[in-house]
Unconditional design. Structure first.
Length: 232
């Protein structure tokens, strides 16, 4: 699992929210450890089928999917729901991050990192944009027009170019680590979170990232640079 590869790099450990393969025991362990967790399909879903589970008063739980919420009155009911609804081998469970927000809408950052052909090539950041959740939703997506990262940081009032540079450094280091494990790997689209305390987190790396959002950016140079790296 990608988390394990990145976790072997000591300098990346503080950037990784705890992530495990989903099992019933793991679900209960992490709900005791954290007030809120996220369940995600292992193979990606463009933000679909992501579930947020929050422990509320006593042993009650609130489950949110997109803008729908259900409440489980106790642990027994939660486990019944889990066994009836979730195919655990298809999901991972992750500590929930409290993302920085723009007008009460969470956002994260996609950072594209690529290298030229040859496993010894240096990894370079070739593009980035911010993804903002729709009003009332928790999952970020690009159905809304992607924003330049610096604009998003300014609107959220949490950082400037220095924070973006730090995020890019984290993405390059993570790509280098993955590239050591997968010598043929030449591109990774990292989803990077900045939380409300300005801490940088690696949510996940996508090996076949969607390039369409880069075509929507006013700055077309990023899209051209990405395509150049894909060819070289």
């Amino acid at each position: 699992m990608q988390y394990g590869i990145l976790h072997d790099e000591p300098s990346l450990v503080p950037r990784l929210p705890e992530t495990q393969l989903l099992e019933k025991d793991t679900l209960m362990k992490m709900l005791l450890q954290y007030p809120s967790v996220v369940l995600k399909p292992r193979n990606g879903s463009y933000g679909r089928d992501i579930l947020f589970i929050k422990r509320s008063s006593a042993n009650a739980y609130r489950i949110q999917n997109e803008n729908n919420t259900i409440t489980m009155r106790d642990t027994e009911q939660l486990l019944e729901w889990f066994e009836e609804t979730i195919k655990s081998d298809e999901y991972i469970i992750q500590k929930r991050l409290h993302l920085a927000q723009i007008k009460h809408r969470p956002f994260d950052i996609r950072i594209m990192v690529q290298r030229k052909k040859g496993s010894s090539s240096i990894w370079n950041v070739t593009g980035s944009y911010a993804k903002v959740a729709a009003q009332g939703y928790q999952v970020t997506n690009v159905n809304n027009r992607p924003l330049p990262v610096l604009k998003a940081l300014r609107l959220a009032r949490i950082g400037d170019r220095r924070l973006l540079i730090r995020a890019e450094q984290v993405a390059r280091l993570a790509a280098k680590r993955l590239g050591e494990h997968y010598p043929m790997l030449r591109q990774v689209g990292f989803d990077i979170a900045v939380d409300k305390k300005r801490r940088i987190w690696i949510i996940e790396g996508n090996y076949q990232p969607d390039l369409r959002p880069f075509r929507l950016m006013k700055d077309s140079s990023m899209h051209r640079k990405i395509l150049w790296y894909k060819e070289h």
